[in-house]
Each structure stands twice: as structure tokens, then as C-alpha cells.
Design a binder for this molecule. Structure first.
Ligand code: MN
Length: 205
């Protein structure tokens, strides 16, 4: 059973002006499709073919060559599309579980944003910034290089990602060129906090 490129839950132009339609279309139909195809090719005919993507990533150091970059690319973009929405932005409700957890872990929503933006800004070259849940159910912020993520057995800091931001240049260069910081701020205007809250609850189970 091969992995399939998921449909976006909104139009390519739906996140404008924060993220432009041309970037979204290329990102989804070329980059994400490419990772999906190469993941399928990498695991074809192996035991990994029958596994859930999360389980592949948890054993990725033992998986065939190509599974790390492309399995990461497949999973990371699935998560990325699902935590954005044209109706997103703002802050999670202070009475929601995710709103309370952010305040408890980082002091305030603004301090969370600062730390997350710093993780995105200081990731040298290509990679991702993450908000994750650790084994005790607490939140932490981290970043990973390339298409790695905190589910992988090779990750420095392990946990379940509930919010991810792609800081590869392919995610922002057409609109923001070298201004990664502006792109990161624009991302906060489209974050779907309801979706992040659902992932938070699921990760704590
Ligand atoms: Mn990408």
C-alpha cells in the first residue's frame, strides 16, 4: 500500500497574502509529491512498506536509504498543511488545553511565539521548527535539519510534533526572498490552533 499525496484542505491561494498561491502549488505538487514518490520507491518490497509512517520514522535509522529524507518529507508536509488554515491566526483560547499548556510551558503566548520564531530563525540552512509534546505530556520547542523530525530515532530531542514550520527556502523564497523572519511572522497569521489543540490531545493519550 503506497503512501499518497494528501489533498490540501484549502485552495492554493487560500493562505494569501501570508503564503502565496504559487509557492503553495509548487510546494504541494512538486516538493511534497516528490518526497511521497521517493519514499514509496525507497521502501518498495521491504517490511517498511506495510508500516504506518510514524512507525517508519521511529525506526528510520534501520530503514532503507532514502526513507529518512523522503519519509520525513512526506510526514512533515502532511503535518504542515494540516496546521494552517485561511481562518487561522491569533492565539489559542486561554481556557483551551493547548492555550493553558502554552502559558504553563512558556509563560505566555507571546513568549512562546518568540521562542518558536527563534528556533525557526536559528536553524541554519534547510529544516523545520517544531512545537512538540514529550513523554510526560509537556510542550517543548525544537528544530531539526533537512527533513528530520522529532519522531525519528535519530532526533536529538524526541517527541510528538503538533505544530511544524517548514523553513526550507522553497517554502518562502518566491514571496519573502531572504527574509525568513517575515515569513515566520506571516505563518503565525495562518496557524490553525483548533487543529494544533486536537493534535495536542491525541499526543497526550
Ligand atoms: Mn517543504
Amino acid at each position: 500500500m503506497a503512501f499518497k499525496l494528501p489533498k490540501l484542505p484549502y485552495d492554493y491561494k487560500a493562505l494569501q497574502p501570508h503564503i502565496d498561491g504559487r509557492t503553495m502549488k509548487i510546494h504541494h505538487t512538486k516538493h511534497h509529491q516528490g518526497y511521497t514518490n521517493k519514499l514509496n520507491a525507497a521502501i518498495a518490497g521491504t517490511k517498511f512498506e506495510k508500516m504506518k509512517i510514524e512507525d517508519i520514522l521511529k525506526k528510520v535509522s534501520k530503514a532503507p536509504a532514502g526513507a529518512r529524507n523522503n519519509g520525513g518529507g512526506f510526514y512533515n508536509h502532511n503535518l504542515f498543511w494540516s496546521v494552517m488554515s485561511p481562518d487561522g491566526g491569533g492565539a489559542p483560547s486561554k481556557t483551551s488545553a493547548i492555550g493553558k499548556a502554552i502559558n504553563k510551558s512558556f509563560g505566555s503566548f507571546d513568549k512562546f511565539k518568540e521562542q518558536f520564531a527563534a528556533a525557526a530563525a536559528t536553524r541554519f540552512g534547510s529544516g523545520w521548527a517544531w512545537l512538540c509534546v514529550n513523554r510526560s505530556g509537556n510542550l517543548f520547542i525544537t528544530s531539526t535539519p533537512n527533513q528530520d523530525n522529532p519522531l525519528m530515532d535519530v532526533a536529538e530531542k524526541k517527541g510528538t510534533p503538533i505544530l511544524g514550520l517548514d523553513v526550507w527556502e522553497h517554502a518562502y523564497y518566491l514571496k519573502y526572498q531572504n527574509k525568513r523572519g517575515d515569513y515566520v511572522q506571516a505563518f503565525f497569521d495562518v496557524v490553525n490552533w483548533s487543529a494544533v489543540g486536537r493534535k495536542f490531545s491525541a499526543a497526550k493519550k
